[in-house]
Write a protein that binds this ligand. Sequence first.
Ligand code: FES
Ligand code: FE2
Length: 383
Amino acid sequence: MNNSRYNTLDSSLNPIQYSSTRLPLESASTLPPHCYTSEVFFAREKETIFDQCWHFVGRRSEFNTPGAYKSIDTIAGSALVICSESGSPKAYINSCSHRGTRLKNHGGHCRQIICPYHSWVFDLDGHLKRAHGMQGVKNFDKDNYNLTPVRLEEYGGFVFINFSSGAICLETWIGDLPRQMASHTPEKLQKVQWNASFRVNANWKFLIENALEAYHTGTVHKESLGSQDSEAIQSQGNWDALFVPNEGDKSIGTLPGETQQMPFLPNLSSRGRTGTWFTVVYPCTQIVFSQDCVWWLDIKPLSVSQSQVEMSALFPKDAISHPDFTQHVQAYYDRWETATKEDNVIAEAQQNGNSAGSDRAGRYSLREHCVHKLNNWVLEQVF
Ligand code: FES
Ligand SMILES: [Fe+2]
């Protein structure tokens, strides 16, 4: 045990409190409400989970031309991700090495990185090239004031960053996810123009737990998706998935009754043709591998009770270049926006209810096996 990691452990957080969540699913209790409302618990999650984990950035294709950039804000830090001169994405702390000014907002394209405060100029590889007005400053060596790099790694065209120099690599983090999802060939799929973004007044766990169970679908999505069956899968590494079998040949990328469909991905495994994997790269990046597309729902915690949700999707290049794609894909965007808004409303209701004055834990249904697993993973990190 590394004691330095436990310096901020508030004495009010005692692992014994959560022993009933540790029991096998059929005997276990849920995490008590304070795990979703307590600043102390959230501070522990930041230190033990978010400061150590891989944070989702987007797709490699967003950084294909030198100078294409995007700023990424996480609870662990803010990064500027930019395509270098060599054509590969790099990440830096989004802070100038002079007096710390934030360098870039949102996304865009630049030929060099110019600080908005005193115009220090950095190249796309983060090297300080010009610092005017610094003549006469003693022992000032530009080479010592390059931007601070952030680790960046990729899987299947998905880009992730990590603010910890000691964290395990992305490949180890996600274990056998690439092997299990290989037949969807995510590396060959292309991102659509569509992005959706939601600010939700709910703890990050409520959002990602909801994305890992279909128990709620018959209630929350009664008028849209309707009820869904689900199956457990085996996973190795810091990820999990819920497998949702489809009805016949109908993709669940569109609403029931919707006839508009894209063709299935060309090389799907036999199981891949029968359903959809709702995977979650722990802690809170959902990548959904469906028969005709891949979409994601990435959650960035902002505070103990507020989160940012970002969504987008991938289709085969052939589908995207089809002249009717824009018209056909609308049914998918409608389904994702409709269901996500319904989920966000219930997550806010859950945040409210869990802040209502009781700290009593509930029980899991057997359909909430992925929620139980995630909650136990959280406890393992926090303690
Ligand atoms: S803070 Fe960036 S140039 Fe001064
Ligand atoms: Fe849902």
